[in-house]
Design a protein around this ligand. Structure first.
Ligand code: SAM
Length: 284
């Protein structure tokens, strides 16, 4: 069954009484070259397991299952159950878990489904939950090798920007804290049905095996990063002074002691600068 063929999709929908739910971001891939590329560049092979988030009718699920030891896929929409039972019927190494990825106990899911296996995450998610899902997977420090995910093109450029460049943002720093991000390839809006009104790109985050930075207080680190970028193009001393309740004069002395200009903007700082700022603030 060719799951990227629009005639096949219409036939499945008609027979199972299914229709797209826009609020669940159901834009399904119909470009046949995209899913094999996600699976291959996402590190799928017969030594790893895959976690997919958001199966749709199983177009990516199938490519993951064909290449991995085992694929577990989380899908929120139970209405897809009979369709998936049909489209994945020939694959014995796939398991679908129906639930909301933001609500599930992921540590328990990994323990139960993967038991110490190496896991890659691959997903074509609704855009409105892409960042929260990525951050959840990173922050919980799950035993994941990499996360390969379709995101809006602008989000891809932001996430994969160089920390310290004009394109960088709080998410760039957050992602670089846990992983090494890489933009893999662009995907045009015409590759989906229904077609969204933005273009997309696939990125991969290679998760660091060891802690990359010596941050003494992660909570404080992310508070500083968020506040610093809250007024991106302006001097970060004002929002930081308000967030940390440290007078501007004292904060500018802290900046100078670690080699940051008092007039610096967040987009000018490197990872090491954010780390030094966090550790110094923590110790005053
Ligand atoms: N992987 C399929 C493809 O590429 O054609 C479907 C992609 S579609 C952009 C996103 C999928 O994520 C939909 O099937 C939708 O029902 C599912 N989804 C939306 N919110 C979700 C959530 N919170 N947890 C799990 N799945 C979700």
């Amino acid at each position: 069954m060719q799951l990227t063929d629009i005639g096949t999709i219409k036939d499945l929908f008609a027979r199972h009484g299914f229709s797209f739910t826009k609020s669940l971001g159901q834009n399904f891939l119909i470009n046949p070259s995209v899913c094999p590329k996600i699976a291959e560049q996402g590190g799928c092979n017969d030594t790893v397991c895959a976690l997919e988030i958001g199966t749709g009718i199983g177009v990516l699920t199938k490519e993951l299952a064909l290449r991995t030891k085992k694929t577990v896929a989380v899908e929120i929409d139970r209405g897809l159950e009979p369709i998936l039972a049909e489209t994945l019927s020939e694959l014995s190494n796939v398991e679908i878990v129906f639930g909301d990825i933001m609500e599930l106990d992921l540590k328990a899911l990994f323990e139960e489904k993967f038991k110490g296996e190496e896991v890659v995450v691959c997903a074509n998610l609704p855009y409105y939950i892409t960042s929260p899902v990525i951050m959840r997977l990173l922050e919980e420090r799950l035993p994941i090798k990499s996360i390969t995910v379709m995101v809006q093109r602008e989000a891809a450029d932001r996430i994969c920007a160089k920390v310290g460049s004009r394109e960088s943002g709080a998410v760039t720093v957050a992602v670089n804290y846990y992983s090494t991000p890489k933009k893999l390839f662009n995907v045009s809006r015409g590759s989906f049905a229904p077609s969204p009104n933005v273009d997309s790109a696939v990125i991969r985050l290679d998760i660091a095996e060891e802690k990359k930075y010596n941050v003494e207080d992660e909570k404080l680190f992310f508070r500083i990063v968020r506040a610093a970028f809250s007024q991106r193009r302006k001097q970060m001393i004002n929002p930081l002074s308000a967030e940390l309740k440290i007078p501007k004069q004292q904060l500018s002395e802290i900046f100078l002691s670690i080699g940051i200009k008092a007039t610096a903007r967040a987009e000018e700082l490197l990872m090491e600068d954010f780390v030094a700022l966090c550790n110094t603030v923590r110790n005053i």
